[in-house]
Design a protein around this ligand. Structure first.
Ligand code: PLP
Length: 348
């Protein structure tokens, strides 16, 4: 195969376009004592009367320090969903190109493919062990394949994908390999963002929605090499990260102890929940987890799901996903919530 070349995968219209230049792009020095009459903002002070920094420089500095990557290796989005959508818009020609995703996995990749009129090719994981079938993935690649979506730890199966398999894909495929690490903080492996310099076609995605407990804030982080990032920056909406999010996220990322104690607590609860789930008689199997949820196989998923709802507990029924017949996915809650869940499971 040819080596990776960004010019072979960028959409022609994106390559040709110029980014919208906002008032705040043209004049960035917002801290100085200038009179700003350039952006049609309301001059009367409030915490949010000014447009936010379109390049999120202060927040990116904090992220760059935390992850040991350059600021030019980051794009931020209104949740991971937005940065995932940017990848489709930058690299996939509607009605022509295709992407490959694994199954079962996170549903948004396929939704975004459909929305962007891009063919979504599904490669099944190996049953029960839920590892990649690298040969199957590579057999689905053709000239029009632009992106491969991996999710590690994978949702809903809960475990890390094999690093050797991911490495093989990075080396054999000359489009972008996207590794979604929404659950990375719950396991004990390094992020792929440590290896950006080894692979020009690697894209890593993280979020503040899970380990940071900030799903309502909407902040997704995309890591990649500068060439990829500059294209995504060109097409992103200029003010996509609002000022409150930029300020608040910085505080939360800097406050390591809060974040670490949350993760430790949930990891302990996960161990406890895992053990107790094994004691429930209609639970046939409990899968090991590197994330903040546990996948279980039961006798009858539809029935057990419904019974739990009647007792006021909502979990996720995955029985209609590929390879997931009679599977339920349970998010790790507080100690009290988990106790209540187990008590309820033992009485129904
Ligand atoms: C929850 C989750 C996300 C988070 O999406 P946001 O838009 O950042 O909230 C991303 N990927 C996967 C696999 C998830 O499970």
């Amino acid at each position: 195969m040819n080596p990776f070349n960004i010019n072979n995968i960028i959409r022609p219209n994106v390559k040709a376009m110029k980014a919208y230049s906002s008032a705040r792009d043209e004049f960035q020095d917002i801290n100085d004592n200038y009179i700003f009459l350039d952006a049609n903002e309301n001059p009367f002070p409030s915490p949010y009367n000014r447009y936010p920094d379109p390049q999120q420089r202060a927040l990116k500095q904090v992220l760059s320090d935390k992850h040991g990557v350059g600021k030019e290796q980051l794009v931020l989005g209104n949740g991971s969903d937005e940065v995932l959508d940017l990848l489709f818009r930058a690299f996939c020609n509607p009605g022509i190109d295709n992407v490959i995703g694994i199954s079962p996995s996170y549903g948004m990749y396929q939704v975004l493919a459909n929305l962007n009129d891009v063919e979504y090719r599904k490669s099944l994981l190996k049953p029960e062990v839920f590892s990649l079938d690298v040969n199957d993935i590579l057999s689905k690649v053709d000239e029009q394949t632009k992106l491969i979506f991996l999710c590690s730890p994978n949702n809903p199966t809960g475990q890390f994908l094999d690093e050797k398999d991911i490495e093989l894909l990075l080396k054999s495929f000359n489009g972008l390999v996207v590794v979604d690490e929404a659950y990375i903080d719950f396991g004990n492996r390094d992020s792929w963002n440590k290896r950006l310099n080894l692979y020009p076609n690697l894209v890593v995605i993280q979020t503040l929605s899970k380990a940071y407990g900030l799903a309502g804030l909407r902040l997704g982080i995309l890591f990649a090499n500068e060439e990829v990032i500059s294209i995504l920056n060109k097409i992103k909406p200029p003010y996509n990260i609002n000022q409150f999010t930029q300020d608040f996220a910085q505080k939360c990322i800097i406050d390591k102890t809060y974040n670490e104690s949350l993760i430790n607590l949930l990891s302990k609860e996960r161990v406890f929940l895992f053990e107790l789930l094994l004691e429930v008689d209609f639970v046939k199997k409990v899968y090991p987890s590197d994330s903040n949820f546990i996948l279980i196989k039961v006798d009858n998923a539809n029935k057990r799901y419904q019974q739990l709802i009647e007792k006021g507990i909502v979990i996720r029924n995955r029985t209609n996903d590929d390879l997931c017949e009679n599977f339920l996915r349970i998010t790790v809650g507080t100690e009290e919530e988990n106790q209540k869940l187990i008590q309820t499971l033992k009485t129904i």
